[in-house]
Design a protein around this ligand. Structure first.
Ligand code: GPP
Ligand code: MG
Length: 285
Protein backbone atom coordinates (compact mmCIF):
# COMPACT_ATOMS: atom_id res chain seq x y z
CA UNK A 1 0.00 0.00 0.00
CA UNK A 2 1.27 3.46 -0.90
CA UNK A 3 2.10 5.80 1.97
CA UNK A 4 2.62 8.81 -0.29
CA UNK A 5 1.07 11.99 1.16
CA UNK A 6 -1.81 13.46 -0.87
CA UNK A 7 0.16 16.57 -1.85
CA UNK A 8 2.82 14.43 -3.52
CA UNK A 9 0.26 12.35 -5.36
CA UNK A 10 -1.41 15.46 -6.72
CA UNK A 11 1.71 17.32 -7.81
CA UNK A 12 3.07 17.50 -11.33
CA UNK A 13 5.70 19.65 -12.99
CA UNK A 14 3.44 22.74 -13.21
CA UNK A 15 1.30 22.35 -10.11
CA UNK A 16 3.70 21.89 -7.24
CA UNK A 17 1.29 21.96 -4.29
CA UNK A 18 -2.16 20.64 -3.42
CA UNK A 19 -3.27 24.27 -3.06
CA UNK A 20 -2.22 25.08 -6.63
CA UNK A 21 -4.04 21.96 -7.81
CA UNK A 22 -7.22 23.14 -6.08
CA UNK A 23 -6.96 26.57 -7.73
CA UNK A 24 -6.38 25.01 -11.14
CA UNK A 25 -9.42 22.83 -10.56
CA UNK A 26 -11.56 25.86 -9.60
CA UNK A 27 -10.65 27.77 -12.78
CA UNK A 28 -10.86 24.69 -14.99
CA UNK A 29 -14.51 24.35 -13.92
CA UNK A 30 -15.44 28.05 -13.80
CA UNK A 31 -18.21 29.00 -16.25
CA UNK A 32 -19.57 32.04 -14.45
CA UNK A 33 -21.96 34.10 -16.59
CA UNK A 34 -20.50 37.32 -15.17
CA UNK A 35 -17.33 36.55 -17.10
CA UNK A 36 -18.76 34.79 -20.17
CA UNK A 37 -21.67 37.17 -20.84
CA UNK A 38 -19.49 40.24 -20.38
CA UNK A 39 -16.81 38.80 -22.69
CA UNK A 40 -19.43 37.98 -25.32
CA UNK A 41 -20.08 41.74 -25.71
CA UNK A 42 -17.04 42.13 -27.98
CA UNK A 43 -15.12 38.84 -27.70
CA UNK A 44 -12.62 40.06 -25.09
CA UNK A 45 -12.91 37.92 -21.96
CA UNK A 46 -11.70 39.43 -18.70
CA UNK A 47 -11.09 38.03 -15.24
CA UNK A 48 -10.86 41.24 -13.31
CA UNK A 49 -13.05 44.10 -12.17
CA UNK A 50 -13.82 47.54 -13.55
CA UNK A 51 -12.95 51.18 -12.92
CA UNK A 52 -14.39 54.57 -13.81
CA UNK A 53 -17.67 56.46 -13.62
CA UNK A 54 -20.64 54.26 -14.45
CA UNK A 55 -23.41 55.28 -16.81
CA UNK A 56 -26.31 54.60 -14.45
CA UNK A 57 -28.83 55.00 -17.25
CA UNK A 58 -27.87 51.43 -18.20
CA UNK A 59 -30.12 50.35 -15.30
CA UNK A 60 -33.13 51.93 -17.07
CA UNK A 61 -32.44 49.89 -20.19
CA UNK A 62 -32.32 46.17 -20.85
CA UNK A 63 -30.18 43.58 -19.10
CA UNK A 64 -27.84 43.73 -22.09
CA UNK A 65 -27.23 47.43 -21.43
CA UNK A 66 -26.01 46.68 -17.90
CA UNK A 67 -23.78 43.86 -19.18
CA UNK A 68 -22.28 46.21 -21.80
CA UNK A 69 -21.62 48.88 -19.20
CA UNK A 70 -19.92 46.43 -16.80
CA UNK A 71 -17.77 45.18 -19.67
CA UNK A 72 -16.83 48.75 -20.62
CA UNK A 73 -15.62 49.37 -17.05
CA UNK A 74 -13.60 46.14 -17.02
CA UNK A 75 -11.96 47.04 -20.34
CA UNK A 76 -11.18 50.51 -18.94
CA UNK A 77 -9.35 48.82 -16.06
CA UNK A 78 -7.19 46.73 -18.43
CA UNK A 79 -6.50 49.78 -20.56
CA UNK A 80 -5.39 51.74 -17.48
CA UNK A 81 -3.02 48.91 -16.53
CA UNK A 82 -1.50 48.94 -20.04
CA UNK A 83 -0.99 52.72 -19.79
CA UNK A 84 1.63 51.97 -17.10
CA UNK A 85 3.66 49.36 -18.97
CA UNK A 86 6.01 52.02 -20.32
CA UNK A 87 7.21 52.67 -23.85
CA UNK A 88 7.15 49.39 -25.72
CA UNK A 89 8.19 48.44 -29.25
CA UNK A 90 6.76 45.78 -31.58
CA UNK A 91 9.92 43.81 -30.72
CA UNK A 92 9.22 43.95 -26.97
CA UNK A 93 8.40 40.77 -25.08
CA UNK A 94 5.59 40.80 -22.53
CA UNK A 95 4.22 38.29 -20.04
CA UNK A 96 0.63 38.30 -18.80
CA UNK A 97 1.03 36.45 -15.53
CA UNK A 98 -2.20 34.73 -14.58
CA UNK A 99 -3.67 35.37 -18.00
CA UNK A 100 -7.17 33.97 -17.51
CA UNK A 101 -9.14 33.90 -20.77
CA UNK A 102 -6.63 36.29 -22.35
CA UNK A 103 -8.45 39.65 -22.41
CA UNK A 104 -5.59 41.88 -21.25
CA UNK A 105 -3.07 40.00 -23.46
CA UNK A 106 -5.08 40.68 -26.61
CA UNK A 107 -5.51 44.33 -25.68
CA UNK A 108 -1.71 44.61 -25.15
CA UNK A 109 -0.97 43.02 -28.52
CA UNK A 110 -3.44 45.36 -30.23
CA UNK A 111 -1.89 48.40 -28.57
CA UNK A 112 1.83 47.59 -28.83
CA UNK A 113 1.95 45.07 -31.70
CA UNK A 114 4.37 42.91 -29.78
CA UNK A 115 4.56 39.30 -28.65
CA UNK A 116 2.65 38.46 -25.50
CA UNK A 117 2.98 35.20 -23.59
CA UNK A 118 0.25 34.43 -21.08
CA UNK A 119 0.70 31.90 -18.30
CA UNK A 120 -2.03 30.18 -16.34
CA UNK A 121 -2.25 27.06 -14.19
CA UNK A 122 -5.71 26.37 -15.63
CA UNK A 123 -5.44 24.22 -18.76
CA UNK A 124 -9.00 25.13 -19.78
CA UNK A 125 -8.23 28.86 -19.56
CA UNK A 126 -5.08 28.29 -21.63
CA UNK A 127 -7.06 26.34 -24.24
CA UNK A 128 -9.82 28.98 -24.34
CA UNK A 129 -7.32 31.82 -24.79
CA UNK A 130 -5.30 29.99 -27.47
CA UNK A 131 -8.52 29.34 -29.36
CA UNK A 132 -9.25 33.07 -29.15
CA UNK A 133 -5.77 33.83 -30.49
CA UNK A 134 -6.52 31.59 -33.51
CA UNK A 135 -9.88 33.23 -34.12
CA UNK A 136 -8.34 36.70 -33.88
CA UNK A 137 -5.53 35.73 -36.27
CA UNK A 138 -2.78 36.60 -33.75
CA UNK A 139 -1.66 33.12 -32.71
CA UNK A 140 1.84 33.88 -34.04
CA UNK A 141 2.15 36.76 -31.53
CA UNK A 142 -0.09 35.91 -28.57
CA UNK A 143 0.39 32.53 -26.94
CA UNK A 144 -0.89 31.01 -23.75
CA UNK A 145 0.99 28.43 -21.74
CA UNK A 146 0.05 25.98 -19.03
CA UNK A 147 2.78 27.15 -16.69
CA UNK A 148 3.26 28.37 -13.15
CA UNK A 149 3.98 32.09 -12.66
CA UNK A 150 6.40 31.14 -9.87
CA UNK A 151 8.51 29.05 -12.24
CA UNK A 152 7.71 30.07 -15.80
CA UNK A 153 10.57 28.39 -17.66
CA UNK A 154 11.18 31.48 -19.84
CA UNK A 155 14.86 32.50 -20.28
CA UNK A 156 16.49 34.91 -17.82
CA UNK A 157 16.57 38.65 -18.72
CA UNK A 158 14.38 38.00 -21.78
CA UNK A 159 11.30 40.06 -20.89
CA UNK A 160 10.60 43.79 -21.16
CA UNK A 161 7.46 43.92 -19.05
CA UNK A 162 5.27 41.65 -16.93
CA UNK A 163 1.89 42.32 -15.39
CA UNK A 164 -0.50 40.61 -13.01
CA UNK A 165 -4.09 41.69 -13.46
CA UNK A 166 -5.62 40.52 -10.16
CA UNK A 167 -3.73 37.29 -9.78
CA UNK A 168 -1.07 37.98 -7.11
CA UNK A 169 -3.41 36.88 -4.31
CA UNK A 170 -2.82 33.26 -5.26
CA UNK A 171 0.93 33.22 -4.69
CA UNK A 172 3.73 33.98 -2.26
CA UNK A 173 5.00 37.42 -3.27
CA UNK A 174 8.66 36.74 -2.43
CA UNK A 175 8.70 33.73 -4.73
CA UNK A 176 6.84 35.73 -7.38
CA UNK A 177 9.21 38.70 -7.44
CA UNK A 178 12.25 36.41 -7.31
CA UNK A 179 11.01 34.84 -10.57
CA UNK A 180 10.27 38.27 -12.11
CA UNK A 181 13.65 39.57 -11.08
CA UNK A 182 15.16 36.70 -13.07
CA UNK A 183 12.92 37.28 -16.10
CA UNK A 184 12.75 41.07 -16.54
CA UNK A 185 15.63 42.91 -18.20
CA UNK A 186 17.24 45.70 -16.15
CA UNK A 187 15.15 48.81 -16.79
CA UNK A 188 12.09 46.68 -17.56
CA UNK A 189 8.69 47.28 -16.03
CA UNK A 190 6.35 45.42 -13.70
CA UNK A 191 2.69 46.41 -13.19
CA UNK A 192 -0.07 44.90 -11.11
CA UNK A 193 -3.64 45.77 -10.29
CA UNK A 194 -4.57 44.11 -7.05
CA UNK A 195 -6.86 44.14 -4.06
CA UNK A 196 -4.87 44.30 -0.84
CA UNK A 197 -5.83 44.64 2.79
CA UNK A 198 -4.98 47.81 4.64
CA UNK A 199 -2.11 47.49 7.13
CA UNK A 200 -3.53 50.47 9.00
CA UNK A 201 -6.81 48.57 9.57
CA UNK A 202 -4.73 45.85 11.22
CA UNK A 203 -5.59 42.38 9.95
CA UNK A 204 -8.00 41.06 7.29
CA UNK A 205 -11.57 42.21 8.05
CA UNK A 206 -14.61 39.93 7.91
CA UNK A 207 -15.39 41.18 4.39
CA UNK A 208 -11.80 40.58 3.22
CA UNK A 209 -11.97 37.08 4.72
CA UNK A 210 -15.21 36.47 2.79
CA UNK A 211 -13.47 37.45 -0.45
CA UNK A 212 -10.60 35.07 0.38
CA UNK A 213 -13.07 32.25 1.00
CA UNK A 214 -15.06 32.98 -2.15
CA UNK A 215 -12.04 32.76 -4.48
CA UNK A 216 -9.85 30.45 -2.30
CA UNK A 217 -7.22 33.17 -2.36
CA UNK A 218 -4.98 34.93 0.14
CA UNK A 219 -5.27 38.72 -0.10
CA UNK A 220 -1.93 40.19 0.96
CA UNK A 221 -1.47 43.32 3.05
CA UNK A 222 -0.42 46.40 1.08
CA UNK A 223 3.01 46.33 2.80
CA UNK A 224 3.78 42.84 1.46
CA UNK A 225 4.00 44.14 -2.12
CA UNK A 226 6.58 46.80 -1.34
CA UNK A 227 8.66 44.49 0.88
CA UNK A 228 8.77 41.74 -1.76
CA UNK A 229 9.51 44.23 -4.56
CA UNK A 230 12.31 45.95 -2.65
CA UNK A 231 13.87 42.60 -1.73
CA UNK A 232 13.98 41.59 -5.40
CA UNK A 233 15.19 44.73 -7.16
CA UNK A 234 11.89 46.40 -8.06
CA UNK A 235 11.54 50.14 -7.37
CA UNK A 236 7.97 51.51 -7.46
CA UNK A 237 7.43 54.38 -9.91
CA UNK A 238 3.65 54.70 -9.60
CA UNK A 239 1.13 53.67 -6.97
CA UNK A 240 -2.47 54.56 -7.81
CA UNK A 241 -5.26 54.02 -5.32
CA UNK A 242 -8.17 52.87 -7.51
CA UNK A 243 -10.52 52.19 -4.60
CA UNK A 244 -12.89 55.09 -5.32
CA UNK A 245 -12.76 54.35 -9.04
CA UNK A 246 -13.86 50.73 -8.65
CA UNK A 247 -16.86 51.30 -6.35
CA UNK A 248 -19.32 52.25 -9.18
CA UNK A 249 -18.47 48.95 -10.91
CA UNK A 250 -19.42 47.00 -7.78
CA UNK A 251 -22.56 49.06 -7.19
CA UNK A 252 -23.69 48.43 -10.75
CA UNK A 253 -22.75 44.76 -10.64
CA UNK A 254 -24.70 44.30 -7.39
CA UNK A 255 -27.86 45.43 -9.23
CA UNK A 256 -27.22 43.34 -12.33
CA UNK A 257 -28.54 39.93 -13.37
CA UNK A 258 -24.98 38.53 -13.23
CA UNK A 259 -24.27 39.36 -9.58
CA UNK A 260 -22.47 36.39 -8.02
CA UNK A 261 -23.09 37.17 -4.36
CA UNK A 262 -19.62 38.57 -3.60
CA UNK A 263 -20.56 42.17 -4.46
CA UNK A 264 -21.59 43.21 -0.91
CA UNK A 265 -18.29 41.90 0.51
CA UNK A 266 -16.31 44.12 -1.89
CA UNK A 267 -18.50 47.15 -1.18
CA UNK A 268 -18.25 46.59 2.54
CA UNK A 269 -14.46 45.99 2.49
CA UNK A 270 -13.90 49.15 0.45
CA UNK A 271 -16.43 51.06 2.56
CA UNK A 272 -14.88 50.27 5.95
CA UNK A 273 -11.35 51.03 4.77
CA UNK A 274 -10.05 47.50 5.32
CA UNK A 275 -9.32 46.88 1.65
CA UNK A 276 -7.84 48.88 -1.22
CA UNK A 277 -7.75 48.42 -4.97
CA UNK A 278 -4.31 49.48 -6.17
CA UNK A 279 -2.23 49.75 -9.29
CA UNK A 280 1.47 49.40 -8.60
CA UNK A 281 4.07 49.98 -11.30
CA UNK A 282 7.75 49.32 -10.63
CA UNK A 283 11.04 49.37 -12.49
CA UNK A 284 13.49 46.48 -12.42
CA UNK A 285 16.94 47.77 -11.45
C1 GPP B 1 -11.14 37.13 -10.75
O1 GPP B 1 -11.97 37.88 -11.39
C2 GPP B 1 -10.23 37.86 -9.84
C3 GPP B 1 -9.88 37.19 -8.77
C4 GPP B 1 -10.45 35.88 -8.50
C5 GPP B 1 -8.92 37.65 -7.84
C6 GPP B 1 -9.50 38.21 -6.60
C7 GPP B 1 -9.36 39.65 -6.77
C8 GPP B 1 -9.26 40.50 -5.78
C9 GPP B 1 -9.11 41.95 -6.10
C10 GPP B 1 -9.26 40.10 -4.38
P1 GPP B 1 -13.20 37.17 -12.07
O2 GPP B 1 -13.62 38.10 -13.14
O3 GPP B 1 -12.90 35.78 -12.50
O4 GPP B 1 -14.21 37.11 -10.85
P2 GPP B 1 -15.79 37.15 -10.96
O5 GPP B 1 -16.21 35.81 -11.44
O6 GPP B 1 -16.23 37.47 -9.56
O7 GPP B 1 -16.14 38.24 -11.94
MG1 MG C 1 -15.39 38.83 -13.67
Amino acid sequence: MSTQPAATVLSNSVLSTAYQRSIADYWDKERDPVNIRLGDVDGTYHHHYGIGAADWSALDGSDDDVIKELHRLESAQASFLLDHLGPLEPTSRLIDSGSGRGGTSFMANLRFGCQVDGVSISQSQVDFANQQAQERGVADKVRFHFRNMLDTGFPSSSIDAIWNNESTMYVDLHQLFAEYSRLIKPGGRYVCVTGCYNDVYGMPSKAVSKINTHYICNIHPRSAYFKAMAANGFIPINVVDLTEATIPYWQLRAQSSVATGIEEAFLSAYGDGSFHYLLIAADRV
